[in-house]
Design a protein around this ligand. Structure first.
Ligand code: FES
Ligand SMILES: [Fe+2]
Length: 325
């Protein structure tokens, strides 16, 4: 995990009012619920009394109640009442679980992985998806660490091999560049793959007008998008479940079609096609070993792996910076 980051961890629609929701994220069992103002709360989900899952409990008065002996938890992680001791009895200090900073925005539930006092106000959502940009969403769990799942989306070499009948049509096996650039915490990379006619691949420096090429972006720590056109984007959030699992939230954003019913249909149909492409990836990515990547891990990278290397390097830098604090 890259520390001190806001992670998109759930879709907003997964946390409804009136009942708690459990999810494993960052390798921990968490519980989420909405208070009476619809604000999202998130705690470690294991009761501090005798270990029951708070997500199996209920929500009442803005608190989550443990299903076993009814301990009531506030959003700050403290137990506010122990029914067996009498609802008016004082609650000892040690009756608490770890609270997590959580907010609901742009259709995601975001959790800050780090000390709450260090959390920036701004969330790492791509600018263009902060306003009115309709989308359809689907999600699925892959049995790999989120680093493998993200790197697959940064991989420009695999296209003709994994997607020969979809986005990798045309047998463009020769990889020029790719050109990569960082802007703050966003990595943009430009794809110029070609059929191999015996030519030598161009280095990034040799590619002219690279800014006109199709570009994709990774945003630290766990977002990615393919900028197909101004009004058509594929976007994904890679929610870290644990070292061997990632929940991928895949969205198709489009605003070419404006009529509401048609717009919904276009989003939904587009996202079904995205699902087909994602499953082409899944078939191979699930076979990669180890399931988690590091900057130094004995793999033999190619020049075309530059976006993957950029991701690994940045992740390492941010981890080191967090250790120094
Ligand atoms: S285990 Fe939660 S109240 Fe007893
Ligand atoms: Fe792919």
């Amino acid at each position: 995990m890259i520390p001190n980051q806001w992670y998109a961890v759930l879709s907003s629609s997964e946390v409804r009012r009136g009942r708690p929701v459990g999810a494993v994220r960052f390798g921990r069992r968490l519980v989420f619920w909405r208070d009476e103002e619809d604000n999202v709360a998130c705690l470690d989900g294991t009761c501090c009394h005798r270990g029951a899952d708070l997500a199996a409990g209920r929500v009442e008065g803005g608190h989550v109640h443990c299903p076993f002996h009814g301990l009531r938890y506030a959003a700050d992680g403290r137990v506010v009442a122990i029914p067996a001791n009498g609802l008016e009895a004082e609650v000892p200090e040690n009756f608490r679980v770890r609270p997590w900073l959580a907010v609901d925005a742009f259709g995601f539930i975001w959790v800050f992985y780090g000390k709450p006092a260090d959390a920036p106000d701004d969330l790492p959502m791509f600018e263009e998806f902060r306003g009115d940009f309709p989308y359809a969403e689907r999600y699925e769990v892959w049995d790999v660490h989120y680093s493998r799942a993200i790197e697959n989306q940064l991989d420009v070499i695999h296209l003709p091999f994994v997607h020969p009948n979809t986005i990798g049509r045309g047998h463009k096996t020769l990889v020029n560049g790719p050109v990569t650039e960082w802007d703050d915490e966003t990595l943009t990379f430009y794809v110029k793959n070609e059929p191999d006619c015996g030519q030598t691949p161009q280095t990034a420096d040799e590619i002219e007008n690279w800014w006109e090429l199709n570009s994709l972006q990774y945003r630290v720590p766990n977002l990615w998008q393919n900028r197909i056109a101004d009004d058509l984007r594929v976007m994904a959030a890679f929610a870290p479940v644990d070292d061997e699992r990632t929940k991928i939230y895949l969205r198709l954003y489009q605003r070419m079609v404006k009529a509401p019913v048609l717009r919904g249909l276009v989003c939904a149909a587009g996202n079904v096609a995205n699902g087909v492409i994602l499953h082409q990836d899944r078939r191979v990515v699930l076979t990669q070993r180890p399931k988690k990547t590091e900057l130094q891990m004995g793999e033999n990278l190619l020049r075309g792996d530059k976006p993957v290397l950029e991701f690994r390097s940045r992740r390492e830098e941010l981890k080191k910076a967090a250790e120094r604090r």
